[in-house]
Write a protein that binds this ligand. Structure first.
Ligand SMILES: *[C@@H]1O[C@H](CO)[C@@H](O)[C@H](O)[C@H]1NC(C)=O
Ligand SMILES: *[C@@H]1O[C@H](CO)[C@@H](O)[C@H](O)[C@H]1NC(C)=O
Ligand SMILES: *[C@@H]1O[C@H](CO)[C@@H](O)[C@H](O)[C@H]1NC(C)=O
Ligand SMILES: *[C@@H]1O[C@H](CO)[C@@H](O)[C@H](O)[C@H]1NC(C)=O
Ligand SMILES: *[C@@H]1O[C@H](CO)[C@@H](O)[C@H](O)[C@H]1NC(C)=O
Ligand SMILES: *[C@@H]1O[C@H](CO)[C@@H](O)[C@H](O)[C@H]1NC(C)=O
Ligand SMILES: *[C@@H]1O[C@H](CO)[C@@H](O)[C@H](O)[C@H]1NC(C)=O
Ligand SMILES: *[C@@H]1O[C@H](CO)[C@@H](O)[C@H](O)[C@H]1NC(C)=O
Ligand SMILES: *[C@@H]1O[C@H](CO)[C@@H](O)[C@H](O)[C@H]1NC(C)=O
Ligand SMILES: *[C@@H]1O[C@H](CO)[C@@H](O)[C@H](O)[C@H]1NC(C)=O
Ligand SMILES: *[C@@H]1O[C@H](CO)[C@@H](O)[C@H](O)[C@H]1NC(C)=O
Ligand SMILES: *[C@@H]1O[C@H](CO)[C@@H](O)[C@H](O)[C@H]1NC(C)=O
Length: 785
């Protein structure tokens, strides 16, 4: 089952020196007891775990590794109560409906991410769960259609790494063990099963891209990893010695337990020797494990290591303090929600990206674009604007094809990332209080393809029936007057025949809501929806102040209408959780100044993206070039670049960017010199440079900007032309200037040197570019290293 020469032929294509699985010599088993990893923040937990395991019989150790509890005399092990739920405790009543991780990513606010996952962790802890199958670091986002993208942060590894480190801290602070998944390179749902697709990746790509965010999480105290269903370089991930023992437990210095995705364990000794620590009693009965030790198929040291790796997280999360409430049933009432709604709403507000805003001009004498200012009539269009007919949500099959769009306001996904919503605030309900306060009138159609089935008019005097009712737009009827507001449909006030055309023509502001849905079990089959696109166009054809709001599972192509001159503004985000409508309306009305940024590229055409792999051998021949790196490499023009997002104020970037070496000693060595710690070589995480610049809020209101730093490497590093290596979200008051300082770690200027099997700092000119998106670079400086 080891990788064969033929799979590694791909490596020749990718022009790198080796690939996972070529080396048929088993790496030395990275036993915690061997001391190869300096455990740092986990040292105390390790000492406690070692002492505990030291007191156990082999039979008790077997119970620990196959997920059973026991009590014997004064020694007991309660076992973990684990659960899914990166967006909210899965299959549990009376818990909060958090936003998707993809939305947390769009905030670009690590501290907010920490608060968000602390709140979610508190709900796990409070309901009696102490191990969460999350965060989700794969899929990263190689494939735009990937069904589980809403559960992870971004295809950009640096951004994901920073955010996921904070995710881990948040969960750990709540007393919950985190299990990063899916390890590794689990990039799509198509053919996702044991014996399904194999992700064939060269080592440089693995280290620099797919394992990068895992390294941050390990550094931050992640004590679990879930190996995935897919293969990696021809071998099932959970039975993949090179992947688990070498990459995870050695190169990434991971000290915790590896557990399998559902049904991913395939063997007894194969899995245990390959690095799985927590598995099924079907494979790991006492007889099997002890028999294996007796005849040398397994070692005593490895069993001790497995048990220690399982319990270290328990001590690390302080679960030994005995304070955790008991585990409750899925339907029992226990109020664990605290004030989490405030954090959920704040994430939703900061996750909304203003893609476009033409607020120069008027319609009916009123300003167009955003924010909305006291319109007389608002038209609200699309199923996504209002509640789903039966809600707040439903459990859908994880193996069937998810619907592409949702027939109501979409705030979460399906599968193991599905929320159990206590409520969902849809945009229409959130709009109503503004509409009432402003003396606005509202017309709505909560359907993307609506045709009125009713007749209008008074018998004998009517002007028509059904969709053929005569309509009179813009010129006649009540309500005309100075501003030139059009009549309501057919001159019947709000009683006229509803249609997109008449309602759009009758409104000062036309809000069109669209969504895109996905989840575990299937990939999306479309990146845009014809029905929604037709609705947007018909509204825009009749309303020169059309504002589109999109909440989408993953990338959504906008080109069917984005250049329509009547579309004045577009708000775009991931799925925002229970308070979604409130957050959207806060931004629409300007109570909140948008500050989200895209965490991926919106292409002009779906065919511009890397396609789903439809075969079982998925050769990642693009290497590290995914998302913006891919588009930059081919110089493809895109609709909205990675990192893009506007504000209601404006920011003027300083031309002045300086780079200062803060540790020359460190830079004197090409390779790391420190010990192996959590996350990899310890000195990889030490600062070596700082980059300074400043940003002025040159507009007329306070706002926040995500200032981004992109680094260009010397040729030796074989890197994309630029990669994100810093970001800073700063709140800046109107007229004020914020100083920005990016701390650059050794890791941020290193590349993976495959022949040396080490991270290396390249020699030559590095370029440091500061910008407001990956394609809006404001100023640049260089440094020779
Ligand atoms: C992947 O690479 C292998 C080895 O080079 C090759 O045999 C196989 O045809 C490739 N698969 C695809 C789908 O290109
Ligand atoms: C194979 O891996 C072992 C252990 O990591 C290492 O010592 C050895 O040098 C490797 N052999 C080759 C040919 O790369
Ligand atoms: C547990 O029991 C053993 C022997 O039965 C004893 O040596 C040990 O001190 C006890 N430990 C505690 C914490 O009570
Ligand atoms: C070792 O013992 C186990 C359990 O009895 C058995 O399944 C396995 O085949 C044995 N392996 C060897 C190499 O004897
Ligand atoms: C929630 O409550 C906690 C303590 O009660 C407080 O520290 C925290 O600031 C509150 N968070 C929000 C967002 O209000
Ligand atoms: C929008 O259309 C109205 C007439 O319906 C016109 O008065 C106004 O100038 C237009 N505004 C823009 C910005 O095109
Ligand atoms: C929209 O209305 C059509 C019929 O006019 C109906 O078939 C469809 O299910 C509705 N869609 C939604 C999302 O309500
Ligand atoms: C609209 O007019 C068309 C063509 O005259 C006719 O076929 C259709 O039945 C009418 N629809 C309604 C709802 O009256
Ligand atoms: C824009 O909207 C106005 C009505 O406000 C309409 O007259 C015009 O045809 C629309 N423009 C386009 C390009 O559809
Ligand atoms: C997208 O690209 C495909 C293939 O190149 C092409 O057939 C299609 O027309 C393009 N779509 C748009 C909207 O440009
Ligand atoms: C990239 O494309 C743009 C036009 O889209 C062109 O101006 C530029 O020269 C191209 N750059 C490279 C490196 O090919
Ligand atoms: C500078 O880097 C060296 C080598 O990594 C390290 O030993 C030293 O502690 C660092 N100095 C400071 C001030 O961080």
């Amino acid at each position: 089952m080891r990788a064969t020469g033929s799979i590694c032929a791909l490596v020749a294509l990718a022009n790198v020196a080796s690939c996972v699985g070529t080396n048929t010599t088993l790496p030395k088993r990275p036993l915690l007891a061997s001391g190869i990893v300096d455990l740092g923040i986990a040292s105390n937990a390790y000492e406690k775990a070692k002492a505990f395991v030291g007191k156990l019989t082999n039979a008790q150790k077997v119970k620990i590794i196959n997920g059973h509890s026991f009590t014997a005399g004064n020694i007991s092990w309660a076992g973990y109560a684990g659960k899914d739920g990166i967006d909210g405790v899965n299959n549990q009543a009376y818990v909060s409906g958090f936003s998707t991780a993809a939305a947390v990513g769009m905030t670009w606010n690590p501290d907010l991410a920490e608060a968000h996952y602390l709140a979610l962790g508190e709900e796990f802890y409070g309901t009696g769960y102490n191990l969460i199958n999350g965060p989700v670091q794969s899929p990263n986002g190689r494939v735009a259609w990937s069904g589980r993208l809403p559960e992870s942060i971004s295809p950009e590894p640096y951004l994901s790494g920073i955010m996921e480190a904070k995710t881990v801290t948040g969960f750990n602070s709540a007393g919950v063990v985190t299990v990063g998944r899916h390890f590794a390179v689990d990039e799509q749902e198509t053919n996702r099963k044991v014996g399904g697709y194999s992700s064939n990746v060269d080592e440089k790509t693995l280290m620099e891209l797919y394992l990068w965010p895992f390294a941050d999480s390990v550094k931050s105290g992640m004590m679990g990893v879930m190996c995935s269903l897919n293969g990696v370089n021809g071998q099932v991930a959970c039975e993949n010695d090179k992947l688990l023992n070498d990459y995870l437990k050695t190169k990434l210095g991971f000290p915790g337990l590896v557990l399998p995705d559902v049904a991913a364990q395939q063997s007894s000794y194969g899995s245990a020797n390959a690095g799985l620590d927590y598995g099924s009693s079907q494979y790991w009965s006492e007889t099997i494990i002890l028999g294996g030790i007796a005849n040398g198929t397994l070692t005593q040291a490895r069993l001790d290591d497995m048990a220690t790796r399982v319990v270290i997280g328990w001590y690390y999360a302080n679960l030994d303090n005995g304070k955790q409430p008991s585990t409750i049933s899925g339907s029992e009432y226990r109020n664990v929600r605290g004030n989490h709604s405030a954090t959920i709403k704040q994430v939703a507000r900061e996750a909304i990206v203003l893609l476009k805003n033409n607020n120069d001009g008027t319609r009916n004498g009123l300003p167009i674009g955003l924010p909305i200012r006291k319109p007389r009539a608002i038209g609200v269009f699309g199923a996504h604007a209002g509640p789903v007919m039966a809600g707040p949500n439903q459990v859908f099959s994880v193996t069937g094809s998810p619907a592409q769009i949702y027939p109501g306001h979409l705030a979460g996904i399906t599968g193991s990332g599905e929320d159990s919503f206590p409520y969902v605030v849809d945009p229409h309900v959130a709009l109503l209080s503004r509409i009432i306060a402003d003396d606005t009138s509202v017309l709505w159609i909560f359907n993307n393809t609506y045709t009125s089935p009713y007749s209008i008019g008074i018998p004998g005097q009517g002007t028509g029936s059904g969709s053929n009712a005569s309509i009179s737009v813009g010129s006649s009827g009540g309500g005309g007057g100075a501003g030139g507001i059009p009549s309501f449909p057919g001159g019947f006030g709000t009683g006229g025949t509803p249609s997109f055309e008449t309602y759009a023509a009758s409104s000062d502001v036309c809000l069109v809501f669209i969504n895109a849905w996905s989840g575990e079990g299937a990939d999306r089959t479309e990146l845009s929806n014809p029905g929604q696109d037709a609705m947007v166009n018909v509204v825009a054809d009749n309303c020169n102040n059309t504002i589109v709001v999109a909440n989408v599972a993953g990338p959504r192509i906008l080109d069917a209408w984005i250049e329509h001159p009547n579309i004045t503004a577009v708000l775009y985000s991931a799925l925002l959780g229970q308070d979604s409508g409130n957050a959207i309306v806060d931004v629409l009305y300007g109570d909140v100044n948008p500050s989200g940024k895209l965490t991926y590229t919106i292409a002009k055409n779906a065919t511009d993206y890397i396609p789903i792999c439809e075969t079982l051998q998925c050769n990642f021949t693009e290497g590290v070039y995914i998302d913006y790196r891919y588009f930059d490499k081919s110089n493809t023009s895109v609709r909205y670049p990675f990192g893009h997002g506007l504000s209601y104020t404006s920011f003027a970037y300083s031309k002045d960017v300086t780079v200062t070496i803060t540790n020359q000693t460190a830079l004197n060595s090409k390779y790391p010199t420190g010990s192996l710690g959590l996350g990899g070589d310890a000195d990889m995480f030490d600062e070596v440079l700082i980059v300074n610049t400043s940003v002025l809020n040159s507009g007329a209101r306070d706002g926040a900007e995500v200032v981004q730093l992109y680094v260009g490497f010397p040729a030796e590093a074989q890197q994309p032309v630029q990669i994100l290596r810093g970001f800073s979200k700063v709140q800046v008051k109107e007229g004020q200037t914020a100083n920005i300082s990016f701390s650059i770690r050794r890791r941020d200027i290193s590349y993976w040197d495959t022949s040396a099997e080490k991270w290396a700092v390249a020699s030559g000119i590095y370029t440091f570019s500061v910008g407001s998106s990956s394609r809006d670079i404001k100023s640049t400086t260089q440094l020779h290293i």
